[in-house]
Design a protein. Structure first.
Length: 217
């Protein structure tokens, strides 16, 4: 039996369950037992405890930032020996960018199972009320800021203020802004933090939107 710990619920979790069932039904040599661990953090906490206890699952789903952590500690096994000479496995099918976070010291320790992408949602109704074209959303940070300023001039039916932008409380969005501004969070050797150069401008943008424009919550 192969134990597989994963932390994705909802629709993606349902897909994982379906894939496990499909694999188990396709043959009778290996049985995969999927164990849902509630969240990415839940998986890592349980995996860390299992490492201490000495009884770890054969396969574990780890959020990409955890791969170097566990690989550097010797908790993961390099994957190349399992697929290098497998004629049914075509490494070229994998998207190169999807493997960037799966390596440690040149070796692949994980395979991408899914990839999340930050998405900016905008309210077409508020766009129309602010005199903006809802079919032409902002494509630059300058346009984004200008649109937020116009939306922030609106009032609700009850006379309450309307914010032009609400950011989720996650470092993930800051990472995205640093990269979109040509910066990197760390250097290639992962030995030094380098986000200041690429992150100063977007942080200043957020600061100005909060304190000058009053458009961001």
């Amino acid at each position: 039996m192969v134990r597989f710990w994963y932390g994705l619920g909802g629709q993606i979790g349902e897909v994982i369950v379906e894939q496990i069932a499909k694999f188990n039904a396709s043959q009778d040599e290996i049985f995969v037992e999927g164990v849902f661990q509630q969240s990415y953090n839940g998986v890592q906490e349980k995996f860390q405890a299992a490492l201490v206890g000495g009884d770890v699952p054969e396969i574990v789903q780890i959020e990409i930032h955890g791969t170097p952590k566990f690989a550097s500690a010797g908790a993961l096994t390099p994957l190349e020996p399992f697929y290098t000479n497998d004629p049914e496995f075509n490494a070229e099918d994998l998207v190169p960018a999807g493997l960037l976070n799966q390596r440690w010291e040149g070796q692949v320790y994980a395979m991408p199972i899914n990839r999340s992408t930050p998405v900016l949602y905008y309210n077409k109704v508020l766009f129309r009320e602010a005199g903006l074209d809802p079919e032409q959303p902002p494509t630059t940070w300058a346009e984004f800021r200008a649109a937020a300023q116009k939306i922030a001039q609106l009032k609700t039916a009850e006379g309450e203020e309307v914010y032009g932008f609400l950011a989720g409380p996650s470092w993930w969005y800051f990472e995205s802004m640093v990269w979109s501004n040509g910066g990197e969070i760390m250097n290639a050797d992962l030995t030094d933090l380098t986000f200041a150069e690429g992150g100063a401008e977007p942080l200043q943008l957020w600061t100005d939107m909060i304190h000058q424009d009053k458009t961001r919550a």
